[in-house]
Design a protein around this ligand. Structure first.
Ligand code: URA
Ligand code: CA
Length: 433
């Protein structure tokens, strides 16, 4: 087989065989196929696309390029959740204890990563003593015992995807549905879950700006998962504004605690119940989505979800008293309010810009080496559709520096007010299965 023939075939709009896709992925991972040929193929796929069979083969070839996590020693059906990424997305922190509290095993492997705020592990580390440095055996024991544990990513998962994603990033070939879908699904499948619930975000703060694109990506991923025998469903949720109210690490832990108490923001609560009921249903702990949803509502009401969060924190060395005393979480030195300059309604929020503002305060990493300040961030007081009066606070900035004109300017630009009444935005746009 020759790589040049594979490129030519795809360039001319033809279908690649399973063997050709495997030949490319194996050769590229081990260095036999150079970057210039791989980029030519990526560009050909960008223009010509891939059918469902090719996408599935590409996904599996990337899964087979590295280690695979074995969760078989964990009892029950393992369901993983994945979000395509948004701003202030606190769902993982809530969903873990919430679904674990009704018996769904949550074996979470998480990274730190780059972004507006830290990853799930960074957020949890704002709880004093909490750590994820546990052995694989300990991880499995904890999930079997408590139904929930979080461990840092180890092993060499999907090296082909790592290499290809970096290449696509610099060759203008990231925004291709077949390439994105197989990239995301390969990572989820290598991580070992039996079933996958996807939260595909759409809107100004999301990777997929329009509902049509989000739907197409969701369908592509659901079909790959189901073809491979991993039951997959996707929820398309709105990211035209940050999710919930808090954007920041300790601030989001506090928001997660509030939500597990039944006192969280409406949109975050609703998304957690929607994603969570799909997870409970796929894990076969309920016979219908409605039953699953009622189980989760009851778990919040009875305090069982909150109790699960405490058990989980304690089991990984953390001080669970933060749940009853959130003031023990890291606190920033200064608080500043951004106030409305006139009466009206909040018409739009640029989630992306608000995320950048949080990062400028120190809540996220710009590079792998950046230091994260767990205490800082932004708490929204208003969301799209809310009425505001002149002088009223729209949001509070939690900062450790006194001069934050850059952050204030960015936040001012990111919020648009209207003199006319604005309807709140719809949160869940579609469910694809
Ligand atoms: N996220 C991924 O993991 N892969 C892509 O290709 C795009 C977004
Ligand atoms: Ca949030």
């Amino acid at each position: 087989m020759r790589m040049v023939d594979i490129i030519e075939k795809k360039r001319d709009g033809m279908e690649l065989s399973t063997e050709e896709i495997q030949f490319f992925i194996n050769g590229y991972t081990n260095g036999d196929i150079p970057d210039y040929q791989a980029s030519a193929l990526m560009m050909a796929i960008y223009f010509q696309g891939m059918n469902e069979r090719e996408r599935t083969d590409l996904t599996m070839a990337m899964v087979d390029s590295g280690d695979k996590v074995d969760l078989s020693k964990i009892d029950g059906i393992k369901v993983d959740k994945h979000s395509t990424g948004g701003v202030g997305d606190t769902t993982t922190l809530v969903l873990g204890p919430l679904v674990a509290s009704v018996g769904v095993p949550v074996a979470k492997m998480s990274g730190r990563g780059l972004g507006h705020t830290g990853g799930t592990i960074d957020k949890l580390e704002s709880i004093s003593g909490f750590h994820v440095e546990i052995s694989n055996d300990e991880f499995i024991r904890l999930v079997n015992e408590n139904k929930m544990a979080v461990v840092g990513q180890s092993g060499n998962l999907t090296p082909a995807d790592k290499k290809l994603y970096a290449l696509r990033d610099v060759t203008a070939t990231v925004p291709s549905i077949p390439l994105i879908a197989s990239s995301i699904m390969s990572k989820k499948i290598a991580a070992g879950a039996d079933c996958i619930v996807l939260d595909v975000k759409t809107g100004s703060g999301a990777f997929m700006k329009t509902l049509e694109e989000a739907r197409e990506l969701a369908q592509a991923m659901v079909r790959i998962g189901n073809r491979i025998g991993r039951n997959t469903i996707a929820i398309i949720s709105d990211m035209n504004q940050p999710l919930g109210l808090a954007i920041g690490n300790a601030l989001e832990v506090k928001e997660a605690i509030d939500t597990l108490k039944g006192e969280g923001p409406k949109d975050l609560t609703e998304l957690c119940l929607s994603l969570g009921s799909q997870m409970v249903y796929l894990a076969k702990k309920a016979d219908s989505i409605e039953e699953a949803r009622n189980m989760l509502i009851e778990s919040i009401r009875s305090g069982r979800a909150l109790e699960k969060f405490k058990t989980f924190i304690t089991s990984q060395g953390g001080d669970a008293s933060v749940v009853d005393h959130p003031e023990k979480l890291p606190q920033a030195k200064y608080r500043f309010d951004l106030t409305a300059e006139e009466d009206g309604w909040i018409a739009a929020m640029d989630a992306e810009k608000i995320g950048v503002a949080a990062m400028l305060l120190g809540a996220g990493r710009a590079t792998k080496e950046s230091f994260i300040d767990l205490s800082v961030g932004i708490v929204l007081r208003k969301k799209i559709g809310d009425k505001v009066t002149k002088g009223e606070s729209i949001l509070t900035i939690h900062s450790n520096r006194e001069k934050i004109d850059d952050v204030k300017q960015l936040l001012k630009e990111s919020i648009i007010q209207s003199k006319e009444k604005i309807e709140p935005v719809k949160l869940i746009h579609d469910i694809i299965n």
